[in-house]
Design a protein around this ligand. Structure first.
Ligand code: APR
Length: 230
């Protein structure tokens, strides 16, 4: 049997918007009424860890109420016919819950926490987190989230996955945050590429994307139909 073709999918906040999770750049640099500096930088965490915990506790509680939408589900379905690798900037677990099996989280995972000292000591965490909580190493815990100004440990793995793409699909990301945004440059020039986003910006012409200008919940199923049946 021939190997399945590899589809590499880069997802951002837009794929989870219709599941009820806010995107980032549709809100004037404010994120659920907080400045990004206060809640998504190591300096913000050092200054006011309780505020940062409170912020991610709310995000975590909200996530537990959300469900994958037909966009996430269509990508999981695609695994029957293709070798699908999802590289996501999202910290939610909606791709996992939809049933996708190969998922690289570039910016961390909301339902995990880690030691502030040992970055590889990562725990599953569905409760609220507080400054009193400590890991098995005795050090305080922090959200397992990549904040602005921090390195992105999974980027090399993501580059290797992207280099081997036979088809590239970008869904619901403004491609403004690096190094994630730079990933699309690692595919060969002749690799077919699709962009699913209701507000497709200039990258579509710069990088010759075929645009499906739809919300993810309708656009991803449309893409799947197209790639399966032409
Ligand atoms: N379906 C598909 N796309 C949508 C939808 C939808 N229903 N609604 C909005 N979008 C698109 C927007 O048009 C935009 O292009 O999703 C994109 C969201 O862009 P951002 O808010 O910038 O989110 P993202 O690109 O994921 O942000 C990247 O920035 O703050 C950091 O770490 C955070 O991972 C995040 C990174």
């Amino acid at each position: 049997m021939m190997d399945k073709q590899r589809i590499v999918v880069l997802t951002g906040a837009g794929i989870s918007a219709e599941s009820g999770i806010s995107t980032f750049r549709d809100a004037n640099g404010l994120w659920e009424n907080h400045s990004i500096y206060d809640v998504a930088t190591p300096e913000g965490f050092q200054k006011n860890p309780a505020l940062v915990h409170d912020f991610y506790n709310q995000r975590r509680r909200q996530l537990l109420q959300c469900e994958p939408n037909t966009g996430h589900l269509a990508l999981a379905e695609l695994e029957k016919s293709f070798d699908v690798h999802i590289i996501t900037q999202n910290v939610d677990d909606l791709h996992e819950r939809a049933g996708s099996s190969k998922i690289t989280h570039l910016h961390g995972e909301l339902r995990k926490v880690r030691s502030t000292v040992n970055r590889n000591l990562i725990l599953d965490w569905d409760n609220d987190l507080s400054i009193e909580d400590k890991g098995p190493d005795g050090h305080p815990l922090r959200p397992h989230i990549v904040w602005f100004g921090e390195d992105v440990p999974k980027i090399e793995e993501a580059v290797e996955i992207t280099r081997k793409a036979d088809i590239l699909v970008v869904i619901g990301t403004s491609l403004q945050v690096y190094p994630a945004a730079g990933l699309i440059q690692y595919t060969d020039f002749d690799v077919p590429r699709y962009l699913i986003d209701p507000n497709a910006g200039s990258i579509s012409s710069t990088f010759a994307f075929e645009v499906i200008a739809e919300n993810a919940s309708t656009g991803v199923p449309l893409f799947v139909k197209k790639i399966l049946h032409g």
